[in-house]
Design a protein around this ligand. Sequence first.
Ligand SMILES: [Zn+2]
Length: 373
Amino acid sequence: MIHKTSWIWDDRFLRHNTGKIQYVFEGGETVEPCDEFENKHRMNVIKEMIEKSGLVHHLVRQSPYEASDEDLLRVHTKNHIGHVQKACEAETREVGPEAYASAETEGIARLSAGAVMKAVDTVMESETISKVYAQIRPPGHHASSDQAMGFCFYNNVAVGAAYAIEHYGLKRVAILDWDVHHGNGTQDIFYERDDVLVISIHEEDYFPLESGQVYEIGQGKGEGYNVNIPVPSLTGDEGYQYVFESIIAPVISQFEPELIIISAGQDANALDPISRLMVTREGFKYMANKVRELAETYCEGRLIVAQEGGYNLAYLPIATMGVIEGLTGVDVNWKDPHVLPHRTTPTALFQAVDNVVNYQKRFWKFAEKESFC
Ligand SMILES: [Zn+2]
């Protein structure tokens, strides 16, 4: 079987307008220094990079469809959907904490969630395509069942995972969230379920401050199926590789998923304005390659990469190029012009990994400590 890769995109994603960052002072004086971090330019630069780097010739273009009420209701409350609809109709800017919208946002958020459903249809039904890069916005991983938050309205990957389970009868779906921020919404939605494994690697004690700790392991029959990996600043490519080998690959291997979905925020990149994790194109390529291998081993190659964050307009397209290179197995013959610090694995990371292992070893087998230090 030929494992082709699909690229899902729609120009309507550009119509969701988050406006400008605003600093409002007493008396109403306002400073608007620049566009919000999550803006349409992010999508334009990724798209241009895919088209002009030649990657486009290795991808099959697909269009998304909108998620219906029924689709959203698999993971969101009726109240939440009603709130997002009404707030957008009324042109309320902040629909939830730091979730900025415009009049058209609700429909586009449905398209973003529907894109992951389209990706599920593709990997489940296509004879030739087993991998998908869904270039979507708004992102989704901070949206819980009943709240919009942090640029997210509907939880795209959760809508997709729930659809794969209900519509296609899958028993085990793994979601790996490598966005630099904790995927709190996804955790919240699947916290008591054992059919969706949620793994989030993120910068420790960052956003949201109240979640993402190692001791949040799931509840009830979901115990052990929520794995948080908070990592220290400057973790870098080697550090991510260490985490993949020590935790992510062994846990996914034992779970034996039938589908892997990535919450792919490339905001752990070395030049991102809102993170300090120093991952380069090579690091993202490594991660995508690794999950592709896992998908080929456990789920006939079925792998969906759904865009989440990533905010430096110069480096986001390069980091995402690394992801698509890993996903397709195609190397773009082009040298990254940025000189980035080469990080060695910090000692604090060993401690961070030990902490995760200590909380999860009841549920999963890990290699003996000596072998991964
Ligand atoms: Zn993020």
